[in-house]
Design a protein around this ligand. Structure first.
Ligand SMILES: Nc1nc2c(c(=O)[nH]1)N[C@H]1C(S)=C(S)[C@@H](COP(=O)(O)OP(=O)(O)OC[C@H]3O[C@@H](n4cnc5c(=O)[nH]c(N)nc54)[C@H](O)[C@@H]3O)O[C@H]1N2
Ligand SMILES: Nc1nc2c(c(=O)[nH]1)N[C@H]1C(S)=C(S)[C@@H](COP(=O)(O)OP(=O)(O)OC[C@H]3O[C@@H](n4cnc5c(=O)[nH]c(N)nc54)[C@H](O)[C@@H]3O)O[C@H]1N2
Ligand SMILES: [Mo]
Length: 712
């Protein structure tokens, strides 16, 4: 059966940083063209990745049949098998391990592949529902993306919803892009539009980043190059200036915050004898003391000002301190709850547009942090983990590629008795599976798109084409496994019936038929929308959701955790694998791994049209290149005790000395010695969690040498 000729509406329901309109032209049962929103204004305009989805759908390397491993794990040797055989074997194994070792011997690694309301590979998704009914399983805690920001928001404000709508930027007198690069990472479809409008109005724009990132370049921002993972020191020194010069907003601090005095004592050195002055911060951060003084003054004097941070500075050792400190600075400058201000470390808008997803019957789900998965697999209960993993069940995740420390990962993936992967492609992770099950692309199924930290709107995701004959959705695969395991009630509804149920469960949502008619629904909101406006305008009647009812610069909740590296007020803690780590003597470069313009994490790396646009070179400062004797474009070896890779050097002033940068997400491709030739940065990163759960992939020391010399 073919879908009808015409234009269908959809949206990438992926972890891409936005949620945009895709107009999908279908002729003769095939997608012939994808275009996007052509209205003037901010709109919901797709990027190269959305417009490239036709190439994904029809990629030559799309998996089309279930595969069973025939060679050693990781060898990539597979043979096609029938669905019947694959599902029977998987169901049989699940049943046996459950009987012998309990359901927690299954580890579910459902991650960021698909974010649709129904077809969701994450924590509200099809896999999670299946294992809820199975009797539970072990799974993950901690967001690889924004755990530091989330922790900071929850402890400081008592809510994850702390964002202002982007049109606020038109009212800001100063915008600081603090480790934020929305030209590439998007952070909502309208962000760049408003930044460019602000620029046109003459708004001053600064950028604090180890790189002069593409957004900063486009907006001609003034660049303040910083060493990775030292941002908290810079923020503390700014606080010291504001206290010392009596410039901070005393009224705001007194009226709206809790525990400032404790922070002040720490910053002024009364607690530990060290005032956190610009002179103290200069050698740590690499930012000149005078620049710090100017930055502090400018931030406090340009009211309202938006210190907008991305999440990367939080994906460092003790990254949670960064977001706590940045929020404190926003409070000291009175930029919370006001039009044109901004809460640094933003996580979410109010969840308008979020649908409830599949119901999750209560079950036991022991949790292991995302940075500790390989230790779980290697050590199990003997190592203090909640379970001994027998079955590793992966969907919507390129685990081996995207998780820290690939060489340890390869050893860890030897451990489970069975590994199952659902994916569209033979990813580096899928190569380690025993069964690889081919899944449908989002244009082959029906769903509703929910905003990615943004909105507030929903886009209907119409099924544009029939799935390839042997390909199934995750939902269909789990439905069949459920029936083999005698699990009743997993999925007795059609896609439409589920979506109707989700939509009717949310008060204020349009009726399902109306939504299908309109295809895009904007939830009515005031404009501009400002988080905490009521709490700041009328504190007597609107308290924050914290124990004190105020913005908690000092958090009693954190104090009760009694963890010396989780102080109750934000503090600078010398990061591991930072410039002062002893390791830096052998591995002197700090390596960061930003998100790539042409990929969604590792997704799309295999799509030639997008790969041709990727920047997969190692950014290296000319001074460092000269010291190493490296010429532009030359191949270098990047290595540490965990692994090694070969990349071409992009010699550029746009990265500060001592720091190198390689976009995350290129697919791991080892040579016979295990040296990665594909450009997968996680061959080098350490699998260690930050105390509050941040995924510190940007704290990574490496050494660099000329590849030519190495091979001689
Ligand atoms: N094109 C594209 N967009 C995406 C994604 C994608 O893969 N591709 N992924 C989406 C997802 S899942 C997420 S979580 C978000 C990620 O969003 P972010 O975490 O905000 O994005 P990154 O690109 O990792 O980093 C943003 C900037 O921070 C800088 N940076 C790195 N380390 C530090 C530091 O220690 N201090 C400071 N000040 N700056 C630092 C980098 O140089 C970069 O310019 O992006 C989303 N959007
Ligand atoms: N060094 C370093 N590592 C990082 C980061 C970093 O900044 N630096 N960022 C981290 C972050 S923020 C994130 S979010 C993670 C992301 O890491 P992952 O969650 O592993 O994301 P992807 O690499 O996009 O892999 C998703 C997979 O899902 C598949 N997929 C797509 N749709 C579906 C579907 O409907 N069903 C199924 N079963 N599969 C589907 C895709 O083909 C793809 O292979 O990476 C983290 N890793
Ligand atoms: Mo992410």
């Amino acid at each position: 059966m073919e879908t009808k000729e015409g234009t269908y509406l959809s949206s990438c329901g992926l972890d891409c940083g936005s949620r945009c309109i895709l107009k999908v032209r279908v002729e003769g049962g095939r997608v012939t063209r994808i275009t996007t929103d052509d209205q003037p204004g901010p709109g919901l305009k797709a990027c190269v990745r959305g417009l490239g989805q036709r190439e994904v759908l029809y990629a030559e390397d799309r998996l089309t049949v279930p595969l069973k491993r025939t060679g050693p794990r990781g060898s990539g040797q597979f043979a096609p098998v029938s669905w019947e055989e694959a599902l029977n074997e998987i169901a049989g194994k699940l049943q046996r391990v459950k009987e012998q070792h309990g359901p927690q011997s299954v580890f579910l690694m459902g991650y960021s592949g698909s974010f649709g309301a129904l077809h969701n590979t994450g924590r509200t998704g099809t896999g999670r529902r299946f294992f809820s009914l199975f009797g539970g399983c072990t799974t993950t805690w901690g967001s690889t993306s924004a755990e530091a920001a989330l922790f900071a928001s929850m402890t400081t404000f008592g809510t994850p919803f702390n964002q202002n709508s982007r049109d606020n930027l038109l009212h800001s007198k100063l915008i600081i892009l603090w480790g934020w690069n929305p030209l590439e990472t998007r952070f909502g479809p309208d962000t760049l539009h408003y930044l460019m409008e602000a620029k046109k109005k003459g708004t001053r724009i600064l950028c604090v980043d180890p790189r002069f990132n593409p957004t900063a370049k486009l907006l001609e921002a003034q660049w303040i190059p910083i060493r990775p993972a030292t941002d908290t020191a810079l923020l503390l020194a700014m606080a010291q200036v504001l206290i010392d010069e009596e410039r901070y907003d005393h009224r705001f601090i007194e009226t709206h915050t809790f525990g400032f005095e404790v922070f002040k004592d720490y910053v002024m050195g009364l607690e530990d004898g060290q005032a956190k002055t610009p002179a103290w911060a200069e050698p740590l951060t690499g930012v000149p003391a005078q620049t710090i003084v100017q930055l502090a003054r400018e931030y406090v004097l340009s009211k309202p000002a938006a210190l907008c941070s991305g999440w990367a500075a939080g994906r460092t050792a003790y990254g949670e301190q960064f977001h706590r400190a940045a929020i404190t600075l926003a409070a000291m400058t009175g930029n919370i709850g006001v039009i044109g201000g901004h809460v640094a470390g933003g996580t979410d808008f109010e969840a308008l547009g979020a649908l409830p997803g599949l119901p999750m019957p209560k079950s036991r789900f022991p949790l292991v942090h995302v940075s500790e998965l390989y230790d779980l697999l290697l050590k199990g209960q003997a190592g203090g983990f909640p379970s001994d993993v027998k079955v590793l069940y992966i969907l919507g995740c390129n685990l081996l590629n995207q998780w820290q420390n690939i060489n340890k990962g390869i050893k860890a993936l030897e451990c489970p008795e069975l590994i199952v992967v659902h994916d569209l492609f033979m990813t580096p992770t899928a190569r380690f599976a025993d069964f690889v099950l081919p899944v449908a692309h989002f244009l082959e199924r029906q769903d509703i798109g929910q905003p990615w930290v943004g909105g507030p709107y929903n886009i209907v995701m119409e099924k544009a084409v029939e799935p390839r004959p042997q390909v199934k959705s995750d939902l269909a695969i789990f439905t069949e496994l459920a029936s083999r395991l005698g699990i009743a009630g997993y999925n007795e509804k059609t896609e439409e019936q589920w979506l109707r149920e989700f939509v009717s469960a949310v008060p204020g949502f349009p009726n399902y038929d109306e939504l299908m008619e309109k295809k895009i629904h904007f939830h009515p909101v005031q404009s501009p929308r400002v988080a905490f406006q009521k709490e700041i305008a009328d504190p007597a009647n609107h308290r924050f959701g914290t124990p004190s009812g105020k913005i908690e610069i000092y958090s009693q909740k954190i104090a009760e955790m009694q963890n010396p590296v989780l102080p109750p007020v934000p503090k600078y803690i010398e990061p591991w694998e930072g410039p002062l780590d002893l390791l830096a003597q052998d591995y002197p470069f700090q390596l960061i791994s930003p998100h790539a313009r042409t990929r969604i994490n590792s997704s799309l790396d295999n799509i030639p049209k997008l790969k041709a646009l990727a920047d997969d070179d190692l950014w290296l400062n000319p001074a460092d290149a000269a010291k190493l004797g490296v010429s532009p474009g030359e191949e270098v070896r990047i290595y540490n005790e965990r692994g090694a890779m070969i990349r071409r050097a992009k010699v550029t002033e746009r990265i500060r000395p001592g720091v190198v940068s390689l976009d995350a997400g290129a697919w791991y491709r080892p040579d016979e010695q295990g040296v990665d030739l594909g450009g997968c940065v996680n061959i080098l990163t350490i699998d260690k969690k930050s105390p509050a759960g941040a995924f510190p992939c940007n704290s990574c020391l490496v050494q660099i040498s000329r590849h030519e010399l190495e091979t001689k």
